[in-house]
Design a protein around this ligand. Structure first.
Ligand code: TXA
Ligand code: MG
Length: 358
């Protein structure tokens, strides 16, 4: 994040005025660190992709991990999940027994949830936090709030406002100080897929034993990488093969070989200027361009991050049904600020397909 991005971080009290101001900032697309019962979260309007991109910018995440969307009432889920996901009896059971509380449920997302929130996955993690201030802010903002832990990448999750300030002062719009959090570890994350046992993705504030008991009549719960539980944290989905990668091969453009062996391509420019260069390269190589899209008009990592997964999906769809002689060709993204996360995501997508780096 450049010096120009520094902002004054408002300190807000955990009272009615603080809640109202926090909600106002969220509605305006800003970022607010807020208490939950587990750890402090860095919140933004979950339905506003630019606001969500600002969360990643403040945290300096080198990659986009999916975020948990926080709601105040179960009724709010009806807009966020698919009808199938909403009909899963385990959702009602767990919500009844454990919400508000430190349990995150990952289930099929509706189209309303922007791809950057889900890091391009088809699922979204949701929870109702058990903290009066968090609930009041969500209700006053009248929108679901996406919030990862309010720490910079690689640092510990914050359990006090002072931890948040040490990491994020000058990078976020406000922090609501409600004293130390109660639970101190993050929520337990489980995935629900119709017709399959629930899966534990991350141990946390709700004990596995309790989930086993509750889910016993519904096929129980599978534990991924059981050997690692309690030792190392589970790998974040951003690091695993199940993470979103386009079906089409993707290449990072690199000089004259970028289009070698291709008959057709879809182009991804870091901005309009870079897109024009790619188009010229494709023309020179005699490769047909099916679609060409920039991540933003002029270079703007925040807007580009907000658009990345959407644009990848569109390019992927444009190449659907094409044979091996087709690929998405992307200009390399400059590494500064959120650019590092974008470049990393493109490199991973390239490595996950057989296109690799041209
Ligand atoms: O207690 C908590 O969960 C805190 C408070 C602020 O709510 N939040 C938190 O968020 O710990 P974060 O971003 O640090 O961790 C969220 C984790 C991801 O790393 C991932 O493991 C899982 O939740 N997750 C979220 N959405 C997912 C999805 N669609 N698929 C798989 N895992 C997901
Ligand atoms: Mg975290």
């Amino acid at each position: 994040m450049s010096v120009a991005d520094r902002r004054r971080t408002e300190r807000l009290e955990a009272d009615a005025a603080g809640v109202a101001r926090a909600a106002e900032i969220i509605r305006a697309g800003g970022t607010v660190a807020m208490p939950t019962e587990t750890v402090y979260g860095l919140g933004a309007n979950a339905l506003d992709p630019i606001a969500v991109a600002n969360i990643f910018a403040a945290k300096e995440r080198p990659n986009f991990d999916p975020l948990i969307v926080h709601v105040a009432d179960r009724a709010d889920l009806s807009r966020l999940l698919t009808a199938d996901a909403l009909a899963d009896p385990r959702l009602a059971l767990l919500a009844e027994a454990l919400w508000p509380g430190p349990l995150t449920i990952v289930a099929a997302a509706s189209d309303l949830v922007p791809p950057i929130v889900r890091a391009g996955l088809s699922t979204v993690g949701v929870r109702i936090p058990d903290h009066p201030i968090a609930l009041a802010i969500i209700r006053a903002a009248a929108t679901p709030i996406a919030a990862p832990s309010a720490n910079r990448f690689g640092r510990l999750s914050p359990t006090r406002a002072e931890h948040v300030i040490a990491d994020l002062d000058g990078r976020i719009d406000a922090i609501v100080d409600a004293g130390p959090t109660q639970v101190g570890v993050e929520s337990t994350v489980i995935a629900l897929q119709p017709g399959r046992p629930a899966t534990l993705l991350r141990p946390g504030g709700i004990a596995l034993e309790q989930l086993r008991t509750l889910l016993a009549p519904f096929g129980g719960i599978d534990v991924v990488a059981a050997g690692e539980l309690g030792a190392a944290p589970l790998p974040a989905p951003g690091m695993t093969a199940s993470h979103y990668a386009p079906r089409a091969a993707i290449r990072i453009a690199q000089g004259q070989h970028s289009f070698a062996g291709l008959a057709r391509c879809a182009l991804l420019g870091s901005d309009r200027t870079e897109l024009s260069k790619l188009e010229a390269g494709a023309r020179e190589a005699g490769v047909r361009v099916v679609t060409a899209l920039p991540l933003s008009e002029s270079l703007d990592p925040i807007a580009a991050a907000a658009a990345l997964f959407e644009v990848l999906h569109r390019l992927d769809a444009a190449l659907e049904g094409s044979d091996q002689a087709s690929a998405i060709v992307a200009s390399p993204y400059p590494d500064a600020g959120l650019g590092l996360a974008i470049a990393d995501r493109l490199r991973r997508a390239a490595a996950a397909t057989n296109g690799g780096v041209a």
